[in-house]
Design a binder for this molecule. Structure first.
Ligand SMILES: Cc1cc2nc3c(=O)[nH]c(=O)nc-3n(C[C@H](O)[C@H](O)[C@H](O)COP(=O)(O)O)c2cc1C
Length: 209
């Protein structure tokens, strides 16, 4: 049999990786306030982004784009958020300034932007799911590479002011502010759903009207 036809040639398939499964079962977010230096360097961020883009994507639309902020660029986002709070909510300068540190909470920030693509008739819902998968893959990849990560949204992700400053189109939405760094203390575990409460084995009983 030629090597290319050998079903065992690609070690990803048919070979269990208990390490990968353990990572999935133990991964958890680290709160941004518990993040510290060092953050992932450029090469590591590229790896995280590459994993983010390697997700199921109906129609191969790649309905996302990513804005990477490190160093001083993060403070610029903090200023935009502060100004946006004042402009959109008439928040007082003093209160708004409390948000100026939002983007500098971690050494690196990736803004995951949902960017729908209408070149093929794929429902937007599916494109959104693919974008969510990209965000999750980045969390998993960062953890695998030894970094802390957290996915946040909040007011700024829905702000027209912030969207305009980031040069987003009207169709685009912020799927998440993805924070990356090291962790300064052990993250606490949170209660996890009991699979029994969310799984039906076999045919579902009467549908709820
Ligand atoms: C789309 C999305 C937005 C979220 N936004 C926030 C947020 O703004 N603030 C927050 O405390 N948690 C937010 N979370 C929850 C955290 O990312 C995360 O689920 C939680 O901190 C712990 O989950 P984990 O340990 O499984 O990562 C968000 C989650 C998702 C999926």
């Amino acid at each position: 049999m030629p090597e290319s036809e050998d079903p065992m040639a690609d070690p990803i398939f048919n070979t269990p990786s208990f390490e990968a499964y353990d990572l999935l079962m133990n991964r958890r977010s680290v709160k941004t306030r518990d993040m510290c230096e060092p953050g992932p360097d450029r090469e590591t961020l590229e790896k995280i982004l590459a994993a983010g883009m390697r997700v199921p994507d109906h129609g191969k639309l790649a309905p996302w784009r990513f804005i990477v902020l490190t160093g001083d660029a993060r403070a610029r986002l903090g200023k935009v958020i502060t100004d946006g709070l004042i402009a959109e909510w008439e928040t007082s300068q003093k209160t708004a300034e409390k948000m100026s540190g939002y983007a500098t909470q971690s050494p690196a920030l990736i803004i995951a932007v949902y960017s729908p693509n209408d070149s093929r008739p794929i429902p937007e819902w599916e494109q959104q799911l693919s974008t969510g998968a990209a965000c999750q893959n980045m969390l998993v990849a960062a953890t695998a590479l030894g970094y802390a990560a957290q996915w946040l949204t909040g007011w700024a992700s829905y702000s027209k002011y912030v969207a305009k400053a980031l040069k987003m189109t009207k169709q685009e939405k912020i799927a998440g502010f993805m924070f990356f760094g090291s962790h300064s203390r052990q993250p606490t575990e949170r209660p996890r759903p009991d699979p029994a409460d969310h799984v039906t084995w076999g045919w579902p009983a009467d549908a709820v009207e």
